[in-house]
Design a protein around this ligand. Structure first.
Ligand code: MG
Length: 241
């Protein structure tokens, strides 16, 4: 291979390389997934077959949601479930579907949730022609920030969340960096590196509480039979360093 790059260009201010430096490490090769498939370096959390990677968030026992036809479905009353895998900074992909039977209104229509590190909820809700309080609408950072737009598809259609998560950092009891999240809902940016106030909750504001640098992905049983499929993440190593 002929020589690539240049060795007579200025050094960059933030890296030990020159502009167009041919010795700079090549980005690792990742094979993008075929449509609807994870990329080659993804950690698959749910592949549509079983809940072997999941436990009950209530007691750590068996996850009792239903699995069929390549998706999992909330079994109301069995409680939230969470991954055995714990992780921090990541790119997360989740697909979900609201029940075709659009019953209920406001927070009562296909409510669920994607909880990063088990604490920080991106709301799952059917807000297709279903108004609710804006900081609790679909893809809201629950109780903190409405999404920039309502990009809901009708119930019965699969919808996607692509989330870039920067975990908060603690030094002992002290918060040294808050959490930041970017969310694309059905391919549309609805949060752009938004700083979280703290953990999410209902009707209250919670301060950050120190927690480990990794945590599970938790999915919410809010009493509605919401479906999920094709859940994977890619750790963002060195994202903060
Ligand atoms: Mg919810």
């Amino acid at each position: 291979m002929s020589k690539i790059g240049y060795d007579d260009t200025p050094f960059l201010p933030n890296a030990p390389y020159r502009v167009h430096d041919g010795t700079r490490p090549q980005p690792p090769v990742v094979t993008p997934g075929a449509y609807g498939e994870p990329p080659s370096d993804a950690v698959v959390l749910f592949d549509g077959k079983d809940l072997s990677g999941w436990v009950s968030a209530r007691d750590g026992g068996e996850a009792k949601w239903k699995v069929e036809n390549g998706y999992m479905e909330v079994v109301p009353g069995t409680g939230d479930i969470e991954t055995k895998e714990h992780f921090g900074d990541c790119q997360l992909h989740v697909e979900w579907m609201a029940s075709v039977e659009a019953t209920g209104e406001s927070q009562g229509r296909s409510n669920s949730g994607v909880f990063l590190m088990g604490r920080y909820e991106i709301q799952v809700l059917d807000c297709y022609h279903n108004p609710t309080y804006p900081d609790g609408t679909t893809a809201a950072i629950y109780g903190q920030y409405p999404p920039l737009v309502n990009a809901c598809r009708p119930p019965g259609e699969w919808q996607t969340y692509d989330i870039i998560w920067e975990a908060p950092r603690f030094d002992g009891e002290t918060l040294v960096k808050p959490a930041y999240v970017t969310v694309l809902f059905n391919g549309i940016v609805v949060h752009h590196r938004t700083e979280l106030i703290g953990p999410t909750t209902h009707r209250a504001i919670l301060p950050y509480q120190p927690h480990p640098p990794t945590g599970p992905l938790r999915l919410q049983d809010h009493g509605d039979p919401v479906r999920f499929r094709n859940i994977w993440y890619r750790p963002l190593k060195g994202y903060d360093e």
